[in-house]
Design a binder for this molecule. Sequence first.
Ligand code: HEC
Ligand code: HEC
Length: 488
Amino acid sequence: MFNKKLIYLCTLLLLTQGVTNAMAQSVPAFLVDIGPYKDFFLTRLTDSKKIDFKIKKKHRKPDLSELPAPVTDSDYYINENDNPAKVELGKFLFYDKILSGNKNISCATCHHALADTGDGLSLPVGEGGQGLGITRNTGKRRHKIHERVPRNAPPVFNLGAYEFAAMFYDGRVEIDPSFPSSCSTPAGDELPEGLDGVLACQAMFPVTSPTEMAGQVGENKIANATANGNLPKVWRLLAKRLRKNKQYVRLFKAAYPEIRRNKDITFVHAANAIAAYEAVAFRADNSPFDQFLRGDRKALSKKAKKGMRLFYGKAECSTCHSGKFQTDQDFHAIAMPQIGPGKGHGDSGHEDFGREAVTEDEGDRFKFRTPSLRNIALTAPYGHDGAYDTLEAMVRHHLDSVNGIYNYDQDQVSLPSRKDLDRIDFLVQDNPALVEQIANASELSPIHLSEKQFQNLMAFLHALTDPNSLDLRKTVPKKVPSRLRLHD
Ligand code: HEC
Ligand code: HEC
């Protein structure tokens, strides 16, 4: 404690005297004045110039070289004017329940523009549920949902940028040129060629999930094909549905010159269009922070600037939330409380081992992809299972993660209640041995911030909100070619 104060004092002295890094090579004259602290400070100065420099960074100006370069068009492989007809087609497909086995759910049900590209719930309510966002219920009678979706529906902002080369919290869909589709995925070589990128590869999958979109075996042909593990058949059946709709045929032809006859339409065309829509509609790189990086020094409030210094300094957020989108695109364990049915891992079958399920490396247990923090103030709840309902709670967890998981408040979950589902929601959290395993894996060490510093950090996180994302109504179609309902 004493040492910390001392270093701070000396740094302040250094700064007020305007000492540069170069001067640190020789003994600054003013050091003579600081009497008993001189020797200590000199060893610091000569042994580790790096440390001194870092302290200077933390308490004064942030080291601008640590800040990312501003985002530009060239960071994205899909841009607004590439093919507007494709984006238009993708917009309809994203909102059209025609892509689900029972025609009762669309991509937008879980990634709705009016819910900031999520659904506002800790864990989504898949096919069978009714309603939108936090009002969605678990469905009625034989249509009711069979289980909760085990992971939070993440926001889909900025995913048309090259650096998002892996999708999902565990990165199980990833760019990999050794596959015909150029993506390594759970479908292996079955994933067809011709997909525009990893975002399009991802769009092939929700339609094949019984819980998310396909439905249960016996309910429809798509669900049956899914149950048999025949994904190519799922995609063929969906393409067939789309070919039967005159308006879709027109839209597909307008978007793709190579489509001349109805039978040329494939689900790959649909996935590419959906990816184009997501990338264009949900690009969000004009936040006050972006404007600051582009040279407008006044774009950030004083508080946000202080918070930025903490983010890139003392609070160590940028160790993982680095780069242009505040993610290192890597996987880390941060002791997130585990809620919901889980991914079938562990003895209980209700755990979620995260990245380990992809790499089969035990060292990756409980690691999840570092999420981008763009628009983070808009996209509650947080974490791979939506365990934290507020941004404040999520950030406080980071500052003391082990304490966070042990003292997790289960009341905050945002989930529609149903007895049989509720019963398994906290099986892991209520098991001290399992909680201990998650806690032990945490890579975060506790960090102390004063209340003021915490508020400044929050101000910076709010400054990552793109004002254009505050109103996404124009990205929502008023009706879809299938004429299926849009309001849930
Ligand atoms: C029932 C809810 C639900 C539906 C419907 C749904 N998703 Fe998702 N989506 C999720 C969940 C949950 C995840 C995260 C799963 C994981 O990480 O394991 C996800 C992940 C994603 C991701 C990856 C985001 C990232 O950063 O890793 C994209 C992109 C996406 N969905 C797009 C779509 C598209 C396109 C559709 C329609 C074809 C769709 N989703 C339908 C719930 C849903
Ligand atoms: C060791 C790496 C690491 C560090 C350091 C770190 N984070 Fe995270 N952060 C993650 C990971 C990994 C997740 C996702 C965890 C999960 O889903 O289980 C995450 C999630 C988040 C989320 C929720 C995002 C979402 O969309 O759900 C926020 C907000 C966040 N971090 C902010 C911060 C802040 C602020 C700091 C600094 C105080 C910080 N993080 C430091 C790795 C890190």
